[in-house]
Structures are given as structure tokens and as C-alpha cells.
Design a protein around this ligand. Structure first.
Ligand code: ZN
Length: 240
């Protein structure tokens, strides 16, 4: 099996189409979505339709949660809040209901998926460093877990100590545990504006991070046409 594992799409249809097209070219056989399908960018309904059509295991992100609530509950920063209010107005009741029903974490085959962390999935904490990863590892009962939320791809491995390194091609070794952040499809924040997702090949027992050019001007034009904040368009070109 070849899993295409992707998340933090954030309503960026141009980026999502590039990822799904690459996954087909790469002969992926299964899809897994790590949440935050909506928020920030201009095509929440189209992205939601594409993910739902894949009929794949999907977990809930904090933006999926906020967009599917009837009114604002949490305090997002001003930029995220403006976009989430706009998103809430776009989505139908059926779409919000689907997002609301998503689970926070799931097991898929022999690995776990969660948007934020395994120690407190509902609190939307971030795994930025080894200490954060160690907390999540103590709740990880599978060898492998995939996360998103920070929008920065990163691999954490536990073999006595917890170490972190940049994700490129990672052969999995017996006796170790892995926590893999696959980065963001629709709003990368690691300084590389290309869309990110990962392929997990269960036969070769390898994980590969994929980075893809996509139509950034197209995504920016959609943001401006929707009347969303200009900053949301600008950051796509910066990868921040
Ligand atoms: Zn996100």
C-alpha cells in the first residue's frame, strides 16, 4: 500500500489539486487526511468536496472545529478569525455537520493519525520540539503516528531519547517510534512556499516528504476575489 498523507489544506484548492495529482502520478493507493481542510484561504467548499470524495480516514483540525461551530468560541488571532467567520458563512449545514462529526484521532491500519498532539488532542497544542514530541510519544501506542498543525514538516524519532530531524526520505527501523509531521498543503510555514504532503509506502517501509510547486498566483487571486485579508494572499508566496 502507498498512503498519501496530507493535511492543513486550509481551503487552498490550487495546492490541493497539485497534491492529489502528484499522489496519482506517484501511484498512491490510499489517502489519509490530517485535518484543517478549511480556514485561511478561499475555496473551503471545493476542498471539502474533494476530500469527501476520497472517502478516506480524516481527523478534525482546530479550524474544522471552529468553522463548524455556530458562533465563535475560541480566540483565534485576528487574521485567522476573520477568515473563519467568512468560512462559516460559506459552508452549508451539511458541510458543517460533516466537519463536526470528525474524530480527533484514529488508527489507520497499523498507524495513528491526529491533527495536533496525542497527549491532549482537543487542546490543539503544537509539537515544535523534542519535549513536545516526548509528551505525545507517551500516548502513542503504534510505531508510527502522523500529525500536522504546525505547518512545518518534521520527523521525531524515539529510541531511548527523542530526536528530531528534517523529513526527506525516511526508512523506518524496527524498535523505534516515529512521530511525523507532514507539513501543510495549503499554507506552508517553513519558509518553503511549495505544497507539502507525505507518502508512506508499507512495502518498502519508507516515508517520503513531497514538495510541489503549484499555482500560487491563482490561489492569491481567489483570496483577493473573496475579499479575504491581503496578508493571507501574501504569506502564500513567502511560505510563512
Ligand atoms: Zn492548520
Amino acid at each position: 500500500m502507498r498512503f498519501a498523507i496530507f493535511g492543513d489544506i486550509h481551503a487552498n484548492l490550487h495546492a490541493l489539486e497539485a497534491v492529489l495529482s502528484d499522489a496519482r502520478t506517484q501511484l498512491c493507493t490510499h489517502y489519509v487526511c490530517l485535518g484543517d481542510i478549511v480556514g485561511y484561504n478561499a475555496n473551503p467548499r471545493e476542498c471539502l468536496a474533494l476530500v469527501r470524495a476520497l472517502d478516506c480516514p480524516t481527523v478534525k483540525g482546530n479550524h474544522d472545529e471552529q468553522a463548524s461551530m455556530l458562533s465563535a468560541h475560541d480566540t483565534f488571532n485576528a487574521l485567522a478569525e476573520e477568515a473563519i467567520q467568512w468560512t462559516r458563512e460559506q459552508l452549508t449545514d451539511d458541510e458543517k455537520g460533516w466537519l463536526r462529526e470528525l474524530r480527533l484521532q484514529r488508527q489507520v491500519r497499523d498507524f495513528t493519525i491526529v491533527h495536533a498532539t496525542l497527549d491532549t488532542p482537543h487542546k490543539w497544542a503544537y509539537v515544535f520540539n523534542q519535549l513536545d514530541a516526548a509528551s505525545s510519544f507517551s500516548y502513542q501506542h503504534t510505531t508510527l503516528c502522523f500529525i500536522g498543525h504546525t505547518h512545518s514538516p518534521k520527523a521525531f524519532v524515539r529510541d531511548g531519547n527523542v530526536r528530531s530531524f528534517d523529513l526527506d526520505i525516511l526508512p523506518l527501523e524496527a524498535g523505534k517510534k516515529y512521530l511525523i509531521n507532514v507539513g501543510s498543503v495549503g499554507q506552508p510555514r517553513d519558509g518553503d512556499p511549495r505544497a507539502a504532503y507525505a507518502i508512506y509506502d508499507t512495502l518498502s517501509n519508507e516515508i517520503e516528504l513531497r514538495r510541489l510547486d503549484y499555482d500560487i498566483p491563482g490561489a492569491q487571486a481567489a483570496i483577493r476575489a473573496a475579499g479575504l485579508p491581503e496578508k493571507l494572499a501574501e504569506r502564500l508566496a513567502l511560505g510563512r
